[in-house]
Design a protein around this ligand. Structure first.
Ligand code: CTP
Ligand code: MG
Length: 234
């Protein structure tokens, strides 16, 4: 039976956050960041395969988190694999570990711990409806300028056709695998899976993203995550 696969990438070092642990293991109120995504994903009513891509040093820690979070009756299979040096390599290792029945794949950043179940479902439904790639998008709120090398403003960029994108990003499995193989051949390896798919000739649609899918990048993002943690608990 065709099923859902999720590659949860959690193998980055988190250099911009600058904590003493890899970012996905940074604790918010005593819970590692990656735990929040594991809980949301395995609560989705799908018989799915979750592949968590973690730093090799944290494979055992990841397995204990899975044990603590996953109900015994879960319909999800969960695997943990070691990550690569760059995000695209981690995604590729995750894809390689997916079970053969998986036909739809989501790639999600552990750095976005509060992406909601509704957002996951919106992406899944749109991938299955369109047969194309799907990414969550939100409006850009800042005024945007194009500047030259000296930092001098050359023009204001029209914001109306621009969006900021988030994860989970969803794809038919063959589309994402083909995009990663093609990129390997050409040595073109951006961090964004949707960009790989587009370069490979695929179409990528957008669905409404959400503020709570905010990404932890630097210490300045911590109060934003604290806000959503409190809002979820309320
Ligand atoms: N990621 C990964 N493997 C890598 C690099 C990144 O699995 N080699 C994951 C991160 O764990 C994160 C997501 O990709 O969940 C988004 O990457 P980013 O926010 O850049 O995280 P880090 O690479 O950890 O942070 P930094 O770039 O500041 O070091
Ligand atoms: Mg990074």
């Amino acid at each position: 039976m065709a099923s859902l696969g999720v590659v949860l990438v959690a193998a980055g070092r988190g250099e911009r956050l600058g904590a003493d642990v890899p970012k996905a293991f940074y604790e918010l109120h005593g819970r590692a960041l990656v735990e929040f995504s594991i809980a949301v994903i395995t609560s989705l009513p799908h018989a799915g395969h979750l592949v968590i891509v973690a730093p090799e040093s944290h494979a055992a820690a990841t397995l204990s988190i899975v044990d603590a979070v996953l109900p015994e009756t879960s319909s999800w299979d969960v695997s943990v694999v070691a990550g690569g040096r760059e995000r695209h390599e981690s995604v590729r290792f995750g894809l390689a570990a997916l079970g053969e029945h998986v036909d739809t794949v989501l790639v999600h950043d552990a750095a976005r711990p509060f992406a909601s179940a509704e957002l996951f479902e919106r992406v899944i439904a749109e991938v299955r409806r369109t047969g194309a790639g799907v990414i969550p998008a939100i409006a850009v709120v800042d005024t945007l300028k194009r500047v030259d090398e000296a930092g001098v403003v050359r023009e204001t960029v029209d914001r109306s056709t621009l969006v900021a994108v988030q994860t989970p990003q969803g794809f038919p499995r063959d589309v994402l695998e083909s995009a990663h193989s093609t990129a390997q051949l050409h040595g073109e390896l951006p961090t964004d899976d949707a960009e790989l798919v587009q370069r490979d000739g695929g179409t990528v649609h957008t669905v409404a993203g959400e503020l709570q899918a905010h990404k932890l990048t630097s210490p300045g993002d911590l109060p934003v995550l604290e806000h959503f943690l409190a809002a979820n608990a309320a």
